[in-house]
Design a protein around this ligand. Structure first.
Ligand SMILES: Cc1cc2nc3c(=O)[nH]c(=O)nc-3n(C[C@H](O)[C@H](O)[C@H](O)COP(=O)(O)O)c2cc1C
Length: 166
């Protein structure tokens, strides 16, 4: 597990080969097994594979130039009426991270794109896929077969660890 976590990089270049449906379902399975506050599992997912929709994403997201080249992207959303207060944010973050880790374990490349709390991105995604009210979009994960291999950075920093007291 630590190996998968340390190998994972944000991948923003993709080869054009299609990603099998089973792999997409595995990423979604990983998301649905994330922890959630009071085990409310408030998430829902919008999988976008339609190229015209993928091409529209950079129109409302300033850091999403890679999306039209991706095999697809997953919109991680929450039904806030199911959420334990505002904990849907943490729940969706855990689900998003699980998607990235399953992608890495399958040899896919993926990148986390924030939607919440940027209103323009939230509205853009809402309009793109026709989200009903009460469903809040949290993040987009673009995925595909990796077309780049960024180096593994050094992140271990013992000075960030405090034992028992700061
Ligand atoms: C909340 C969040 C928002 C992010 N938004 C974007 C984004 O809009 N566009 C993008 O290319 N990468 C985005 N990233 C990816 C980060 O840039 C990336 O995780 C960071 O540079 C570290 O690189 P690594 O993922 O390869 O370890 C986001 C990551 C997080 C956690």
């Amino acid at each position: 597990m630590l190996d998968v976590i340390m190998r994972r990089r944000s991948i923003r270049k993709y080869r054009r080969d299609p990603v099998p449906r089973e792999m997409v379902l595995d990423m979604l399975k990983g998301a649905m097994y994330a922890p959630s506050a009071s085990n409310r599992q408030p998430w829902s997912f919008v999988v976008i594979e339609d190229r015209r929709l993928l091409e529209a994403v950079p129109g409302f997201h300033p850091h999403a130039a890679m999306v039209p080249e991706a095999a697809g992207c997953i919109g991680v959303c929450a039904d806030t009426s199911l959420s334990h207060g505002s904990m849907w944010i943490q729940d969706c973050a855990a689900a998003t991270q699980n998607i990235l880790l399953v992608a890495e374990s399958l040899g896919l490349g993926a990148v986390w794109l924030a939607l919440h709390p940027r209103e323009d991105r939230v509205e853009g995604f809402r309009n793109l896929v026709g989200l009903p009210s009460g469903i809040e979009p949290f993040s987009l994960v673009a995925f595909g077969w990796p077309g780049e291999k960024p180096a593994m950075p050094e992140r271990w920093d013992e000075s960030r660890i405090h034992w028992n007291a700061w």
